[in-house]
Write a protein that binds this ligand. Structure first.
Ligand SMILES: NC(=O)c1ccc[n+]([C@@H]2O[C@H](COP(=O)([O-])OP(=O)(O)OC[C@H]3O[C@@H](n4cnc5c(N)ncnc54)[C@H](O)[C@@H]3O)[C@@H](O)[C@H]2O)c1
Ligand SMILES: O=c1ccn([C@@H]2O[C@H](COP(=O)(O)OP(=O)(O)O[C@H]3O[C@H](CO)[C@H](O)[C@H](O)[C@H]3O)[C@@H](O)[C@H]2O)c(=O)[nH]1
Length: 341
């Protein structure tokens, strides 16, 4: 029988890619999303339940109807800066609502859970590459919200036998290799899509947040990991959980750090656009360097990233940005087009 997998946040950037990967792997994905930042048209033909993960009655109805073998939980708020300005919003959605979901699952005897965690749980790294044993010391409410849930999951396993895999993504980037879906955050805060919006003419320049960090060229170093590779890791974790494996946590990255300048240079080569840079002050809460040690995921899950090369990651994101820019151009009223020409 085909296993049904409930994907919360399945209308978002990573969740929609996951839905596609689940379908291709022979599962039946069902989406639960309140469309607060997701897009209805990112859900392409799957069953979609529109509502809030924090709404206990709604979640219970969906679980009863869908009867998933496991839940993949992508739904959350994701902006570090906003989490500092409005921590209540982040703890409510990322912690309290997640607990509501977990309690509803328990009540229905659904005890398999895959959680979207983040490198932000580590805070300022004490060493790189960062392995699973690295101390957890988040420096913003977003990171703390994810670390709270990880700890809650440990207690829910001990007490209730709820088995979970926490996957700590480093910098998710890239887009669907088939270019059907892609990254559409609003507002966009992530480096790669912002750079590509400059190349497509949607922005005049890219601001670089600081060049006085203790890195080779002074700009921050990150480990960019392809969204399709993140989905592969989820599929492997899912197979293990459904096979009866216990709870686990894995760091997911390629183990290669690239500076902001290197990312911009790579994008210049791919797009042929000069991508003007404007230097800006440091952004609060940015660690100088975040690079994953993903040896545990490779060994225990058998995870081998297919698109580890930065050129490929940005190339896929560029194809997506060109498609989105063309769609926006097409949708713009003729009077706007006349003005800009
Ligand atoms: N993008 C990254 O680089 C990155 C890095 C590390 C971790 N993550 C985590 O991965 C997950 C997905 O991130 P993303 O970039 O796809 O974000 P996204 O904003 O594109 O997707 C999140 C989805 O969750 C939905 N949602 C939010 N709150 C909800 C609620 N209460 N009920 C129902 N639906 C709700 C939104 O409508 C959206 O469709 C998040 O949990 C995020 O913290 C992302
Ligand atoms: O316009 C921009 C945007 C970003 N950056 C820089 O580019 C790097 C990457 O920034 P992103 O915003 O793309 O990604 P973050 O590293 O801040 O955040 C990512 O990793 C975090 C964990 O640390 C969270 O999980 C978050 O959701 C995820 O997007 C950072 O050094 C940032 O300062 C710029 O210079 N200019």
């Amino acid at each position: 029988m085909t296993d049904t997998i409930l994907v919360t946040g399945g209308a978002g950037y990573i969740g929609s890619q996951m839905v596609k990967a689940l379908r291709q792997a022979g599962y039946r994905p069902v989406v639960l999303d309140d469309l607060s930042s997701g897009h209805r048209n990112a859900v392409r033909g799957e069953e979609l339940h529109v509502g809030d993960v924090g709404d206990a009655a709604f979640v219970d109805r969906v679980l009863a109807e869908v009867q998933p073998a496991a839940v993949m939980h992508f739904a959350s708020f994701i902006q570090v800066g906003e989490s500092v300005a409005d921590p209540g919003k982040y703890f409510r959605n990322n912690v309290t609502a997640t607990q509501t979901l977990l309690d509803a699952m328990r009540a229905r005897g659904i005890l398999r859970f895959i959680f979207s965690s983040t490198a932000a749980i580590f805070g300022d790294p004490q060493y790189v590459p960062i392995d699973e044993a690295h101390p957890k010391s988040p420096i913003n409410p977003y990171g703390r919200s994810k670390w709270f849930v990880e700890q809650l999951l440990e207690d829910y396993d001990h007490a209730y036998g709820l088995k979970s895999v926490c996957l700590r993504y480093f910098n998710a980037a890239g887009a669907d290799p088939d270019n059907e879906i892609g990254e559409r955050h609003d507002p966009e805060t992530h480096l790669v899509p912002l750079i590509l919006q400059v190349a497509s003419g949607r922005r005049p320049h890219i601001g670089v947040y600081g060049d006085d960090y203790p890195t080779a060229d002074g700009t921050c170093v990150r480990d960019y990991v392809h969204v399709a590779d993140l989905c592969d890791a989820h599929l492997l974790a899912l197979r293990q959980l459904l096979g009866g494996a216990g709870s686990a946590r894995y760091n997911l990255g390629n183990g290669n750090g690239f500076s902001v300048r290197e990312v911009i240079d790579t994008a210049r080569r791919i797009t042929g656009h000069p991508i003007p840079v404007v230097m800006e002050p440091r952004r609060a809460g940015d660690p100088p360097s975040l690079v994953a040690d993903a040896a545990a995921a490779r060994a225990a899950l058998g995870w081998t990233p297919r698109y580890a090369d930065l050129h490929t990651i940005i190339g896929h994101a560029w194809a997506c940005e060109q498609r989105i820019a063309a769609e926006l151009d097409h949708a713009r009223p003729a009077s706007d087009t006349n003005r800009s020409s």
